[in-house]
Write a protein that binds this ligand. Structure first.
Ligand SMILES: C[S@@+](CC[C@H](N)C(=O)[O-])C[C@H]1O[C@@H](n2cnc3c(N)ncnc32)[C@H](O)[C@@H]1O
Length: 213
């Protein structure tokens, strides 16, 4: 255990079980597109058990994968050994990344900006570690625009129950807005409905690229 650990073993086991279905339903393809064309040094925030690792192109020199949850981090370490590129898994949280200023060519946020306690702080940290002109690649679920889904997810989010069950996940965040407010230039963004599990309704997701000016 480290001082930055966020221990949620029950969530970790649930996420690893659910991920099998999600990957088969299309999440793997989203990950492949998320990481396509990257090179240099990449920082991945909240890397989970390493589902992105197989999709890093060989032009990537090194991935620094930050994960605060010990069960997921242990699995990420194993996944790192199987990756085609060099992946270093570190303990740490998005609000204080253990990475020097302006040292990364790209940062990856996949299904994590829903879960960080303070999106503004996390995005400021991502900006700090990116070199000027560096890229933020994101794949996130976001608040629906249309009613009644929007109101329903806001209710689920604010009730506190879902965040408690789902590892701090807030399903009613407007992450596109947060990325723009943090001062990134959004260069590409695709919005689409995706149901990760069979029983889930379609939830809006965003996949895209933003640049640190
Ligand atoms: C839904 S999982 C996604 C994992 C992985 N990014 C993926 O695409 O499969 C959310 C992840 O965010 C991590 N997380 C939660 N709070 C965090 C924080 N404050 N800083 C960094 N990561 C965090 C969790 O431990 C978990 O790995």
């Amino acid at each position: 255990m480290t001082t930055t650990d966020i221990s949620r073993p029950r969530f970790a086991r649930m996420y690893m079980r659910a991920a099998g279905t999600a990957e088969g339903s299309g999440a793997s393809e989203h990950r492949r597109r998320l990481l396509h064309g990257l090179s240099g040094t990449v920082v991945e925030i909240g890397a989970g058990h390493g589902l992105n690792f197989p999709f890093y192109p060989t032009q990537v020199d090194q991935v620094i994968a930050i994960e605060p949850e010990p069960t997921l981090r242990a699995q990420a370490e194993e996944a790192a050994e199987r990756a085609k590129v060099s992946v270093r898994v570190l303990a740490g949280t998005a609000d204080q990344l253990p990475v020097p200023d302006e040292s990364a060519d790209a940062a990856i946020a996949s299904l994590v900006l829903c879960s960080v306690p303070d999106q503004r702080r996390a995005l400021a940290e991502i900006k700090r570690v990116l070199r000027s002109d560096g890229e933020l690649r994101f794949y996130e679920h976001v608040v629906p625009r249309c009613q009644p889904k929007r109101a329903l997810l806001q209710l689920v989010d604010h009730s506190g129950l879902w965040p408690k069950i789902a590892g701090g996940c807030h399903p009613a965040r407007d992450t596109t807005e947060a990325i723009m407010r943090a001062g990134f230039d959004v260069e590409e963004i695709e919005r689409f409905g995706f149901a990760a599990q069979r029983f889930e309704p379609l939830i809006p997701h965003i996949l895209g690229k933003a640049r640190r000016p």
